[in-house]
Design a binder for this molecule. Structure first.
Ligand SMILES: O=C(O)CCC(=O)C(=O)O
Length: 300
């Protein structure tokens, strides 16, 4: 008999109140080894790639000879059976069902690398600012491929902010995918790092303010992010391909009856000057919170 890890009532209450959870060691053994091996193979295949493409988002210091990959893009879920299956794994969906209900769609996802010594920071933001929906039963999970502690760039969250406003993620009238830390009115000293051994899964609500710092350690930190919605949460930016939209149902059934629940919305329009991954979008930011690799090198 298959036996799934379930959240306790207390964990569900904590998620509703604080907007996040960590489930330690959800992915283990051969499955974790396969995840790491496939990721390493895809990163090695970036040798010879000289610019960002459909699969790779590259560090500014990447060269074709010395591959430095910052992110594997959402196409991994279509191109690799392993990633497709993991996003639907019942170990994950049985937990999601407790938070989102019995019908769930994968919105997207990616695998963020934070390479040892230089892995890029991600500025404070709310995922909701990128993909508002008709209701906010929307969250992201993150599976750590490596042990993650305070030194190798853990995902950091500001508890309870999923119940507050949707912050301005625009600069000069264009979306930039990052909040201005100086005008947000938030106390970033209250940020909580989400840490755990490899295979642990973080969960954060789409409206929760989060970000992560430069990796200053000599250990990499890779995080496989899956974005999920209740099936009746429909994206306000629209559905381009209905068959493809329904192909992303990971649990239960699709619906053509979106549930509409009021939540603060700002549309991510007009699009960012540097449209692409969050790292590209955030190049438009006027004020940064986290130190960048270049700043660190200049200081030393
Ligand atoms: O990789 C990280 O630490 C944060 C990633 C994130 O928040 C995002 O890509 O939306």
């Amino acid at each position: 008999m298959l036996c799934f890890r379930m959240l306790s009532d207390r964990q569900i209450e904590t998620y509703r109140r604080d907007g996040y959870l960590v489930v330690p060691r959800l992915i283990e053994g051969q499955q974790l080894a396969d995840l790491r091996a496939l990721t390493e193979r895809i990163v090695q295949e970036a040798r010879g790639v000289s610019a960002n493409d459909e699969l790779y988002d590259l560090e500014a210091t990447h060269t074709a000879a010395l591959p430095r990959v910052r992110r594997l893009k959402p196409v991994i879920f279509k191109r690799y059976a392993f990633f497709h299956a993991l996003a639907r794994d019942s170990k994950i969906t049985s937990i999601l069902a407790q938070l989102l209900g019995p019908n769930i769609r994968q919105h997207g996802g990616k695998l963020n690398m934070k390479s040892a010594g230089y892995g890029s920071p991600v500025e404070w933001h709310q995922d909701w600012a990128f993909y508002p929906h008709t209701n906010d039963d929307v969250l992201a999970t993150g599976i750590y491929l490596d042990d993650c502690d305070g030194d190798n760039g853990p995902l950091m969250v500001l508890p309870g902010t999923h119940l507050g406003p949707t912050h301005d993620h625009h600069v000069g009238g264009r979306f930039c995918g990052a909040m201005d830390p100086a005008t947000s009115g938030l106390d970033f000293d209250k940020a909580v790092p989400l840490m755990g051994p490899a295979g642990s899964m973080t969960i954060h609500h789409a409206r929760l303010v989060h970000g992560s710092a430069l990796n200053r350690s000599n250990r990499q930190r890779r995080l496989l992010l899956h974005e999920y919605t209740a099936a009746d949460a429909w994206p306000l930016l629209g559905v381009a391909d209905f068959t493809e939209f329904n192909s992303r149902i990971v649990l239960g059934e699709p619906t053509i009856e979106p549930r509409v629940v009021a939540a603060p919305i700002r549309m991510p329009l007009p699009p960012a000057d540097h449209q692409g991954s969050i790292y590209e979008n955030q190049r438009g930011t006027s004020r940064r919170f986290f130190e960048t690799y270049d700043e660190r090198v200049a200081l030393n």
